[in-house]
Design a protein around this ligand. Structure first.
Ligand code: PEP
Length: 263
């Protein structure tokens, strides 16, 4: 595999939290916190994923104050337009300057019956509209016991990436379902093992170059106290953070992992 430097990505998935006014306050506080700490923008890419109804407000703030955060959505429709009540097109997200879109989060798979095929269609829709899909895969506790850690995420990723062109920009997030919101994170070694395996899947399905440049994130109970361990691993290129991304000081400390701990 070609050696490339991958800029770490810290992504904050707000889930269904914060209205658009609360969103403004959090983004401003996060920005000031990083500025006060003299955080070096560019050392780590920061992306935030507010609810759909907050996107326009956050886009306007980021633009007006030149805040160096990328914007993303938590889902998109597999369709471009038409009679799909309640759905949001990738075309609309692109118009709001969204760069990223989370696809296949375990909560969408579990509560909205999103199959691997739906996830694959959404990945194609994201690419059609120039969005970078953040493809989430991960095993449940029962899967872990029955099949081990890698089998389910590997199967999910193979289907999600089928047909993705070799030059596509994608992000993969390994999120063991048992670690999400549980306070029980995977160990850095567990995350490394699965992320390294997922990289071989990207190589097989999309190509070697894509595998070398694709950021593979770990997600599941990431906090400022455990982020450094994950970031020391060679195949973990960042984190997808849920609960801790809603607290400005804590998310800032996760973003600043290079400073407050020796990596
Ligand atoms: C998530 O929902 O993507 C997530 C990783 O949540 P948490 O950080 O709260 O475990």
């Amino acid at each position: 595999m070609v050696a490339v430097t991958r800029t770490p990505l810290t992504a904050g998935n707000w889930k269904m939290n914060l209205d658009h006014l609360q969103a403004l306050a959090l983004v401003q506080k996060l920005h000031w916190t990083l500025k006060d700490a003299k955080h070096e923008d560019g050392s780590v890419e920061v992306a935030i994923f507010p609810p759909f109804t907050d996107l326009r407000t956050v886009q306007t703030l980021i633009d007006a104050d030149k805040i160096p955060f990328a914007l993303g959505a938590q889902d998109l429709s597999a369709h471009t337009s038409g009679a799909y009540t309640g759905e949001v097109s990738g075309a609309f997200l692109a118009k709001l300057d969204c760069r990223y879109v989370i696809i296949g989060h375990s909560e969408r798979r579990e509560y909205h019956n999103e199959t691997d095929e739906v996830v694959a269609a959404k990945v194609q829709a994201a690419l059609t509209h120039g969005l970078v899909p953040v493809v989430c895969v991960g095993e449940t506790a029962a899967d872990l016991e029955e099949f081990g850690a890698s089998a389910v995420p590997v199967g999910q990723l193979r289907i999600a990436l089928a047909g993705v062109p070799a030059d596509a920009d994608i992000v993969v997030a390994y999120e063991p379902v048992w670690a999400i919101g549980s306070g029980q994170a995977a160990t850095p070694e567990q995350a490394q093992d699965v992320c390294a395996t997922l990289r071989t899947v990207v190589a097989e399905v999309v190509g070697e170059d894509a595998a070398a440049r694709t950021r593979i994130l770990y997600g599941g109970s990431v906090k400022s106290s455990n982020i450094a361990g994950f970031m020391r691993e060679p195949d973990v290129d960042g984190a997808l953070v849920g609960g801790a991304s809603l607290v400005a000081d804590e998310f800032a400390a996760i973003i600043r992992y290079q400073k407050h701990v020796g990596v």
